[in-house]
Design a binder for this molecule. Structure first.
Ligand SMILES: *Cc1c(COP(=O)(O)O)cnc(C)c1O
Length: 390
């Protein structure tokens, strides 16, 4: 068989077999609408209610605090626009970071068009948001702080508990996009103290097209999707029963094996990073050097003098699937906002590749990828007019 190595787990993950099997009946025999008042409906409702309890348990929430959505992007949109709508009379200032996923970033950009003011906090050279900067940015009219739990491009794990304390010290609501962190980092929403948290199933070996927003009981928030009485009248739309069931099974599986899986994936990543640094000159290793503050699966490099797109193309030809940064913006040729924010020069940012490992990868995958990468970078640099051999 042709070689095919998947190193893009931050974009999406393969569906867990257990999740797939748990979902299957809800596509066929158990097709009932979970909101219908008959035996078919009750069967669906029971499955959704169990799934809600499982997801809640995984993050230390109560089932009544979990609202299923159609994806992580929807959860982010709801959190931000819901607070904006509910508290606009109190204030119109929102604080986020410069390195948020487009689901948060473009949502804030859109709110600016509707009269909201947004502060995009800068980050340091490893992508960390500072509690002091946040403290300085808070104003009397600040209604929301939204800072991601872990960055999708460079793997930075933000000090969420501390940032949340700062926001709450001023009575400001705190949301975190935990789409990359969930299933990779163990956390408890009550310990973190956050008011809202977004997650997405397909990032932790669950199905695509289903996510959840944790909303702390007692928090007032506007509806995002108006419609029927689903999700306790907070989010209209017929429940995606198979999706919700698959999400819960995948999350439960991820939580049970979290430490082992994280250690294994990190060992592959660390081997890869060591080999790349030892064998290729003129590179930047982007993101935190302290692996305890970095997602276990993430490695991000800038290769000077060459284009990321050319590297990706060569890797793809050799059967290695990686990413030039965020899958969401790879169609555009703009350099990554995240890399520019941590101080990578524009030209260098263009030569960047993200490798994100998963639990099905092997040491052989790592070693083969390093070999291909070393050869690719050597060949592309030889053709590059910018490159001067040392
Ligand atoms: C993937 C991702 C999202 C979007 O989730 P979808 O379910 O694909 O909409 C949001 N935030 C982060 C950090 C992500 O990695």
């Amino acid at each position: 068989m042709e070689k095919s190595i998947y190193l893009d787990h931050a974009a999406t993950t393969p569906l867990s077999k257990k999740a797939f099997e748990a979902m299957t009946p809800y596509f066929s025999d158990a097709f009932g609408n979970a909101n219908s008042q008959h035996v078919y409906g009750r069967e669906g409702a029971k499955a959704v209610s169990e799934a809600r309890a499982t997801v809640a348990r995984a993050i230390g929430a109560k089932p009544s605090e979990i609202y299923f959505t159609s994806c992580g992007t929807e959860a982010d949109n709801w959190a931000i626009k819901g607070i904006a709508a509910e508290y606009a009379s109190k204030g119109k200032h929102i604080i986020t970071s410069a390195i948020e996923h487009p689901a948060v970033y473009t949502t804030c950009k859109q709110l600016e068009k509707f009269g909201f003011e947004v502060t995009y906090l800068p980050v340091d050279g490893e992508g960390f948001v500072s509690a002091e900067e946040l403290e300085k940015a808070i104003r009397p009219d600040t209604i929301l702080v939204s800072i991601m739990f872990a960055n999708n491009e460079i793997g930075t794990i933000e000090p969420i508990k501390r940032l949340c304390e700062v926001a709450h010290g001023h009575g400001v609501i705190f949301h975190t996009d935990a789409v990359q962190a969930t299933g990779a980092v163990r956390y408890d929403v009550k310990d973190l103290g956050v008011d809202m948290l977004s997650m997405s199933a397909h990032k932790f070996y669950g199905p695509k097209g289903v996510g959840a927003l944790y909303i702390r009981n007692g928090l007032k928030i506007g509806k995002f999707m108006t419609g029927g009485e689903q999700e306790r009248a907070h989010r209209g739309g017929t429940t995606n029963t198979p999706g919700v069931v698959g999400m819960a099974v995948a999350l439960d599986e991820a939580m049970q094996n979290l430490e082992n899986d994280a250690a294994y994936v990190a060992s592959l990543r660390d081997r890869f990073v060591q080999k790349v640094i030892a064998n290729i000159d003129d590179i930047l290793y982007n993101g935190p050097k302290d692996t305890s503050k970095r997602l276990p699966n993430n490695a991000n490099f800038s290769f000077r003098y060459i284009e990321g797109e050319s590297i990706l193309f060569s890797l793809d030809l050799a059967g290695v699937s990686a990413s030039s940064g965020s899958a969401c913006s790879s169609a555009s040729l703009d350099p990554s906002r995240t890399l520019l924010s941590i101080g990578v020069p524009v030209g260098t940012a263009h030569g960047s590749i993200r490798f994100t490992f998963g639990k099905h990868n092997t040491i052989e995958d790592v070693d083969y990828t390093v070999d291909v990468l070393v050869e690719t970078v050597r060949r592309l640099r030889e053709m590059s007019p910018l490159y001067v051999k040392k």
